[in-house]
Design a protein around this ligand. Structure first.
Ligand SMILES: Nc1ncnc2c1ncn2[C@@H]1O[C@H](COP(=O)(O)OP(=O)(O)OP(=O)(O)O)[C@@H](O)[C@H]1O
Ligand SMILES: [Mg+2]
Length: 246
Protein backbone atom coordinates (compact mmCIF):
# COMPACT_ATOMS: atom_id res chain seq x y z
CA UNK A 1 0.00 0.00 0.00
CA UNK A 2 1.40 3.46 -0.86
CA UNK A 3 2.38 5.59 2.13
CA UNK A 4 0.51 8.59 0.78
CA UNK A 5 -2.82 9.03 -0.85
CA UNK A 6 -3.97 11.86 -3.05
CA UNK A 7 -7.62 11.33 -2.21
CA UNK A 8 -8.95 14.08 0.06
CA UNK A 9 -8.91 12.98 3.69
CA UNK A 10 -12.49 12.23 4.65
CA UNK A 11 -13.51 14.22 7.72
CA UNK A 12 -17.23 13.86 7.06
CA UNK A 13 -18.94 13.44 10.39
CA UNK A 14 -15.66 13.66 12.29
CA UNK A 15 -15.70 15.72 15.46
CA UNK A 16 -12.73 17.95 16.12
CA UNK A 17 -10.69 16.97 19.16
CA UNK A 18 -10.59 20.64 20.00
CA UNK A 19 -11.20 23.97 18.31
CA UNK A 20 -9.15 27.12 18.72
CA UNK A 21 -10.26 30.62 17.84
CA UNK A 22 -9.40 30.07 14.17
CA UNK A 23 -9.00 26.37 13.51
CA UNK A 24 -10.49 22.98 14.17
CA UNK A 25 -8.04 20.27 15.21
CA UNK A 26 -8.88 16.75 14.01
CA UNK A 27 -7.23 13.43 14.66
CA UNK A 28 -5.72 12.11 11.40
CA UNK A 29 -7.74 8.98 10.59
CA UNK A 30 -4.67 7.04 9.45
CA UNK A 31 -1.98 7.93 11.99
CA UNK A 32 -2.24 8.29 15.77
CA UNK A 33 0.68 10.75 15.85
CA UNK A 34 -0.82 13.17 13.35
CA UNK A 35 -3.34 15.96 13.66
CA UNK A 36 -5.08 17.88 10.90
CA UNK A 37 -5.80 21.57 11.35
CA UNK A 38 -8.50 23.10 9.16
CA UNK A 39 -9.87 26.62 9.21
CA UNK A 40 -13.02 27.24 11.16
CA UNK A 41 -14.89 28.98 8.36
CA UNK A 42 -17.85 29.89 10.53
CA UNK A 43 -15.65 31.69 13.05
CA UNK A 44 -13.82 33.42 10.21
CA UNK A 45 -17.05 34.60 8.59
CA UNK A 46 -18.41 36.00 11.83
CA UNK A 47 -15.10 37.83 12.33
CA UNK A 48 -15.07 39.25 8.82
CA UNK A 49 -18.73 40.21 8.74
CA UNK A 50 -17.81 42.93 11.20
CA UNK A 51 -14.80 44.07 9.19
CA UNK A 52 -15.88 45.20 5.74
CA UNK A 53 -12.53 46.65 4.76
CA UNK A 54 -10.74 43.43 5.57
CA UNK A 55 -13.33 41.47 3.58
CA UNK A 56 -12.77 43.72 0.57
CA UNK A 57 -8.98 43.50 0.88
CA UNK A 58 -9.15 39.73 1.19
CA UNK A 59 -10.59 39.43 -2.31
CA UNK A 60 -7.27 40.65 -3.66
CA UNK A 61 -5.08 38.28 -1.69
CA UNK A 62 -5.13 34.70 -2.72
CA UNK A 63 -5.00 32.23 0.16
CA UNK A 64 -5.31 35.09 2.63
CA UNK A 65 -7.49 33.09 4.98
CA UNK A 66 -4.80 30.40 5.01
CA UNK A 67 -2.16 32.99 5.85
CA UNK A 68 -1.76 31.40 9.27
CA UNK A 69 -0.69 28.12 7.62
CA UNK A 70 1.75 29.93 5.37
CA UNK A 71 3.33 31.90 8.22
CA UNK A 72 3.77 28.77 10.33
CA UNK A 73 5.14 26.67 7.51
CA UNK A 74 7.58 29.39 6.46
CA UNK A 75 8.83 29.74 10.02
CA UNK A 76 9.06 26.00 10.45
CA UNK A 77 11.17 25.66 7.31
CA UNK A 78 13.39 28.60 8.31
CA UNK A 79 14.00 27.11 11.75
CA UNK A 80 14.25 23.44 10.75
CA UNK A 81 16.75 24.17 8.03
CA UNK A 82 19.12 25.82 10.52
CA UNK A 83 18.44 24.55 14.01
CA UNK A 84 19.52 21.14 15.15
CA UNK A 85 16.66 18.79 15.96
CA UNK A 86 14.84 18.45 18.30
CA UNK A 87 13.04 21.77 18.12
CA UNK A 88 10.49 22.83 20.71
CA UNK A 89 7.72 22.95 18.12
CA UNK A 90 5.03 20.55 17.02
CA UNK A 91 6.51 19.56 13.68
CA UNK A 92 4.67 20.28 10.44
CA UNK A 93 4.38 17.41 8.03
CA UNK A 94 2.71 19.25 5.18
CA UNK A 95 -0.69 20.13 3.80
CA UNK A 96 -3.40 17.88 2.45
CA UNK A 97 -6.83 18.25 0.96
CA UNK A 98 -9.66 17.26 3.24
CA UNK A 99 -13.42 17.24 2.88
CA UNK A 100 -13.37 20.36 5.08
CA UNK A 101 -10.92 22.34 3.01
CA UNK A 102 -7.15 22.48 3.00
CA UNK A 103 -5.65 20.93 6.11
CA UNK A 104 -2.25 21.29 7.73
CA UNK A 105 -0.74 18.05 9.01
CA UNK A 106 1.08 18.46 12.30
CA UNK A 107 2.72 16.28 14.88
CA UNK A 108 0.40 15.49 17.75
CA UNK A 109 1.81 16.28 21.17
CA UNK A 110 0.08 13.76 23.36
CA UNK A 111 -0.69 13.18 26.99
CA UNK A 112 0.94 9.75 26.79
CA UNK A 113 -2.44 7.98 26.65
CA UNK A 114 -3.44 8.86 23.12
CA UNK A 115 -5.13 12.14 24.01
CA UNK A 116 -3.97 15.68 23.38
CA UNK A 117 -1.38 17.03 25.76
CA UNK A 118 -2.84 19.65 28.11
CA UNK A 119 -2.05 23.29 27.52
CA UNK A 120 0.32 25.07 29.85
CA UNK A 121 -2.62 27.18 31.03
CA UNK A 122 -4.55 24.06 32.04
CA UNK A 123 -1.53 22.60 33.84
CA UNK A 124 -0.82 25.84 35.69
CA UNK A 125 -4.46 26.15 36.69
CA UNK A 126 -4.28 22.70 38.18
CA UNK A 127 -0.93 22.74 39.93
CA UNK A 128 0.29 26.33 39.93
CA UNK A 129 3.51 27.37 38.25
CA UNK A 130 5.73 24.96 40.11
CA UNK A 131 9.54 25.21 40.07
CA UNK A 132 9.60 22.15 37.77
CA UNK A 133 7.29 23.85 35.25
CA UNK A 134 9.28 27.05 35.55
CA UNK A 135 12.47 25.12 34.73
CA UNK A 136 10.78 23.55 31.69
CA UNK A 137 9.64 27.00 30.57
CA UNK A 138 13.19 28.35 30.95
CA UNK A 139 14.38 25.49 28.76
CA UNK A 140 11.63 26.14 26.20
CA UNK A 141 12.51 29.81 25.83
CA UNK A 142 16.24 29.05 25.76
CA UNK A 143 15.73 26.65 22.92
CA UNK A 144 13.41 29.02 21.03
CA UNK A 145 16.16 31.65 21.23
CA UNK A 146 18.91 29.17 20.31
CA UNK A 147 16.92 27.96 17.30
CA UNK A 148 16.17 31.58 16.29
CA UNK A 149 12.44 30.89 16.14
CA UNK A 150 10.23 33.93 15.65
CA UNK A 151 7.05 33.90 17.67
CA UNK A 152 4.01 36.11 17.63
CA UNK A 153 1.69 34.63 20.24
CA UNK A 154 3.30 32.60 22.99
CA UNK A 155 0.35 32.42 25.32
CA UNK A 156 -0.41 29.55 27.65
CA UNK A 157 -2.96 28.11 25.22
CA UNK A 158 -0.34 27.77 22.50
CA UNK A 159 2.13 25.80 24.63
CA UNK A 160 1.36 22.21 25.54
CA UNK A 161 3.04 19.89 28.02
CA UNK A 162 3.40 16.32 26.80
CA UNK A 163 5.24 13.88 24.55
CA UNK A 164 6.05 14.27 20.90
CA UNK A 165 5.68 11.49 18.32
CA UNK A 166 9.00 9.98 19.41
CA UNK A 167 8.01 9.96 23.06
CA UNK A 168 10.19 12.90 24.00
CA UNK A 169 8.58 14.64 26.96
CA UNK A 170 8.59 18.43 27.24
CA UNK A 171 6.91 21.73 26.46
CA UNK A 172 6.08 22.43 22.85
CA UNK A 173 4.82 25.45 20.99
CA UNK A 174 1.86 24.29 18.85
CA UNK A 175 0.75 27.63 17.43
CA UNK A 176 1.79 31.28 17.47
CA UNK A 177 5.09 31.03 15.63
CA UNK A 178 5.91 32.84 12.40
CA UNK A 179 7.03 36.27 11.37
CA UNK A 180 4.45 39.02 10.98
CA UNK A 181 6.83 41.94 10.53
CA UNK A 182 6.89 43.84 7.23
CA UNK A 183 10.59 44.57 7.83
CA UNK A 184 11.83 41.34 9.34
CA UNK A 185 14.18 42.67 12.04
CA UNK A 186 13.75 39.61 14.22
CA UNK A 187 14.59 37.34 11.32
CA UNK A 188 17.69 39.38 10.60
CA UNK A 189 19.00 39.47 14.14
CA UNK A 190 19.14 36.48 16.45
CA UNK A 191 20.09 38.80 19.31
CA UNK A 192 17.07 41.09 18.82
CA UNK A 193 14.87 38.03 18.58
CA UNK A 194 16.30 36.64 21.82
CA UNK A 195 15.60 39.93 23.58
CA UNK A 196 12.07 39.94 22.29
CA UNK A 197 11.61 36.38 23.51
CA UNK A 198 12.64 37.55 26.98
CA UNK A 199 9.88 40.17 26.89
CA UNK A 200 7.37 37.60 25.64
CA UNK A 201 8.43 35.28 28.45
CA UNK A 202 7.72 37.97 31.01
CA UNK A 203 4.30 38.62 29.45
CA UNK A 204 3.57 34.91 29.58
CA UNK A 205 4.51 34.75 33.26
CA UNK A 206 2.17 37.66 33.94
CA UNK A 207 -0.57 35.87 32.03
CA UNK A 208 -0.02 32.60 33.89
CA UNK A 209 -0.13 34.42 37.17
CA UNK A 210 -3.65 35.50 36.31
CA UNK A 211 -4.66 31.86 36.03
CA UNK A 212 -3.73 30.88 39.51
CA UNK A 213 -3.30 32.31 42.94
CA UNK A 214 -0.70 29.65 43.57
CA UNK A 215 2.07 30.71 41.26
CA UNK A 216 5.32 29.72 42.90
CA UNK A 217 8.24 32.08 42.76
CA UNK A 218 6.23 35.29 42.45
CA UNK A 219 6.32 38.05 45.03
CA UNK A 220 2.80 38.53 46.40
CA UNK A 221 0.93 41.20 44.50
CA UNK A 222 3.47 41.51 41.70
CA UNK A 223 1.60 42.27 38.50
CA UNK A 224 -1.50 40.97 40.19
CA UNK A 225 -4.68 40.83 38.16
CA UNK A 226 -7.95 39.53 39.55
CA UNK A 227 -8.61 35.86 38.92
CA UNK A 228 -11.70 34.73 37.03
CA UNK A 229 -10.35 33.79 33.66
CA UNK A 230 -12.18 31.87 31.01
CA UNK A 231 -12.45 28.12 31.04
CA UNK A 232 -9.60 26.20 29.46
CA UNK A 233 -10.06 22.93 27.64
CA UNK A 234 -8.90 19.96 29.65
CA UNK A 235 -9.30 17.41 26.87
CA UNK A 236 -10.54 14.86 29.32
CA UNK A 237 -14.18 14.43 28.42
CA UNK A 238 -13.73 12.93 24.96
CA UNK A 239 -16.05 15.60 23.59
CA UNK A 240 -14.83 18.30 21.24
CA UNK A 241 -13.48 21.23 23.18
CA UNK A 242 -13.14 24.86 22.28
CA UNK A 243 -9.93 26.28 23.52
CA UNK A 244 -9.88 29.91 24.52
CA UNK A 245 -7.78 32.59 22.91
CA UNK A 246 -5.33 33.52 25.61
N1 LIG B 1 0.27 19.78 17.67
C1 LIG B 1 -0.58 19.78 18.69
N2 LIG B 1 -0.50 18.83 19.65
C2 LIG B 1 -1.37 18.83 20.68
N3 LIG B 1 -2.35 19.72 20.85
C3 LIG B 1 -2.48 20.70 19.92
C4 LIG B 1 -1.60 20.77 18.81
N4 LIG B 1 -1.96 21.83 18.04
C5 LIG B 1 -3.02 22.39 18.67
N5 LIG B 1 -3.32 21.72 19.80
C6 LIG B 1 -4.43 22.05 20.72
O1 LIG B 1 -5.46 22.67 19.98
C7 LIG B 1 -5.69 24.00 20.45
C8 LIG B 1 -6.03 24.89 19.27
O2 LIG B 1 -5.00 24.80 18.29
P1 LIG B 1 -4.38 26.10 17.64
O3 LIG B 1 -3.85 26.97 18.74
O4 LIG B 1 -3.42 25.70 16.59
O5 LIG B 1 -5.68 26.72 16.98
P2 LIG B 1 -6.00 28.22 16.59
O6 LIG B 1 -7.45 28.27 16.25
O7 LIG B 1 -5.05 28.69 15.56
O8 LIG B 1 -5.68 28.93 17.95
P3 LIG B 1 -5.99 30.35 18.54
O9 LIG B 1 -7.23 30.15 19.37
O10 LIG B 1 -4.77 30.53 19.38
O11 LIG B 1 -6.14 31.29 17.40
C9 LIG B 1 -4.41 24.38 21.19
O12 LIG B 1 -4.68 25.36 22.18
C10 LIG B 1 -3.99 23.04 21.79
O13 LIG B 1 -4.75 22.77 22.97
MG1 LIG C 1 -3.76 28.78 19.48
Amino acid sequence: MPAFSFAPIDLTGAQPLISGGDRHVFQHPGDPHLLIKVLDREAREIYERKRRLRRWYRRFRRASEHRVFMDEITEYIAAASQAPSPMPLARILGVAETTQGLGMLVEKISDGQGGLAPTLTAVVREQGLTPALRAQLDALFDSLAAAHIIVNDVSGGNIVVGSNAQGRQGMYLVDGFGNKQAVPFYAMSKRLNARRLQRKYQELLDELQRHTGRVAGFAAGQGAVPAGTRAEATQSSGRPQRSTRQ
